[in-house]
Design a protein around this ligand. Sequence first.
Ligand code: ACO
Length: 460
Amino acid sequence: MKKSDTPDSGFTLTDNQTGKTWKFPGHTGAMGNRLVDIRPMYSTSGLLTYDPGFTSTAACKSDITYIDGEKGILLHRGYPIEDLAEHSDYMDVCYLLLYGELPTPEQKASFDTEIRYHTWLHEQLARFYQGFMRSAHPMAIMVGVVGALSAFYHDSTDISDPEQRQLAAHRIIAKMPNIGASAFKYSLGRPFPIPINKYTYAENLLQMMFSNPSEEYKINPVLAKAIDRLLILHADHEQNASTSTVRLAGSSGANPYACIASGIASLWGPAHGGANEAVLNMLDEIGTVKNIKKYIAKAHDKDDSFRLMGFGHRVYKNYDPRAKVMQKSCHEVLTTLGIDDPRLELAMRLEEIALSDDYFLEKKLFPNVDFYSGIVMKALGFPESMFTVMFAIGRTVGWIAHWREMLGDGDQKIGRPRQMYTGYKKRKYKPVSNRGHTQNKISWSWLWRGKKNGTTASEG
Ligand code: ACO
């Protein structure tokens, strides 16, 4: 049964310097976790909270996804991710995330048709692609092209109209595989893909990525299933960096295409969606099992910036449940394709060693979903640069579900964090003639920080 939050007896805050106290309301969430409602804090006490990275701050209420990071539990609308990955397909999960319930057969058929018939891209978008370098990272193209959709689909940018919101939601989900596959084809100098309506979402994604117009493409059902599962595992993960970015962008009333573009930009970072690409690069760098010890030592070393990519998570202090499903999928795909990828053995050995290492145990660093997803995607034929694109395609529904939920939330306000100001107090203005030559010791080293390893500033 769904339970909303319950106000409770609340909390008292005491200022240890003055002995003054303030009372704040409390809430108990649906799963029993308690929260201090600090909304009245500034107006009643003049105090602000300091919480970089929002490690202890719930920025919104949400019915969509629940994570218990200590126990390694992930539920979408109450359903465990393991069950959804085993028994549902991606369209089922999209419907569930967007509308709150698993669809009936009729609802599913109609949703599926709606998505299938919005997969084309406007012809002029092809010209937009042509403005990019062929060597551009596909995530750079994704950010640009998805943002540009707002210049093409004016009939679905009025966020006050529920029908337009719905149309935009379906359109973005439907077009993402085409946008991603087009970025890939563009980088290869090949013709843009054509979606084929008889295929499922995952099958279409597969054929748009790997077919060519001169030959018939035969869908391998094992690969289509692996892609479908990959999309399910990435579909949503509550208030992660990219979803929070989408909510923050949307809180100002920005149109959905612009909001999703902001989510893609945030996802691109190596600490978030870029980690799957970084895992493969790391495995290649480690090279063989006998080098693992050296890299574990590098991860321990505080003076070394090296981190074991695909390990650790802001919320999971236990095994990421998605990583378990992904590990299974990884074995299935490699066995079906008859691929003997030494990186899988290396990854499993690395995992084994890290999971019995005091540093990783103490800091509760476990494999996350990205640890195995890169190996799966490589086996499916995706180049590393496309890994985060696949993540973005899967996560789009989560971003949209949160954007829609935020717009319907009566408590929602424009996102506007406060800060702890640490700069100068008010100073007397100095005219340029009185400023001397050496007083502003500004370091410009960031401009050429790539120089050390032979790259130019813009590549660094
Ligand atoms: N390897 C080595 N040490 C690590 C790692 C790692 N992968 N992750 C965290 N640590 C250490 C940190 O150095 C820090 O040590 P300290 O307390 O001695 O300073 C401690 O563990 C806590 O790390 P934070 O960065 O403060 O933890 P946070 O919750 O902010 O970061 C994050 C989580 C960004 C995922 C981090 O674990 C990381 O960088 N992992 C590698 C990148 C990665 O796999 N990202 C994918 C995330 S999942 C996703 O986006 C789908």
